[in-house]
Design a protein. Sequence first.
Length: 194
Amino acid sequence: MTTATDSVELVGEEATGNVARAVLFAAATSATAPVDMVHPLAPNVPITLQTLWVYLAGIVLGPLWAAVAFILYLLAGLIGLPVFAGGNAGLGVILGPTGGFLIGFPLAAMTIGAVAHGTDGLTELDAIPVPRLVAALLAGTAVVYAAGAVGYSLVQAIGLVAAVSAVVVPFLPVAGLKVAAAVAIARSDAIVAR
């Protein structure tokens, strides 16, 4: 009787790499949690670097794994890790005035990945035309702000127009800077989507 000693690959190398990249993006987003600033026109909603990570995840990971990264991020916050803006955590943050933005993160990352890469798999970053990259980022921005405005409107019991005026309009210049930064990073040699 002989025993085969061939190795068995339980999880493919590609899947393992994708999970690792998703975890890396969730961790990087979490690391920027303590870095926030108060917006003088909207003191209830902080300016954070976390949406920049949403943008980059969509560009680098594509729709599926970018969404997974931000689902992991939300789960980390839900179990009590201080990963949300200001180092906060818990269900109370998700159900609070800024919770809609957090819920919008995985949806926005998925949208960015889908617009940037399409449905045929990941495209090399330098092969994505800049107008398509910008369109993807603007679509993701719209998703984050729509979810944020709806959440803010519901929690604060104000109309949607008032919510947009309070938590979207003041942040549009900041969002523009983050879109520009994401395009610059995607076009640099700083990241490689492999």
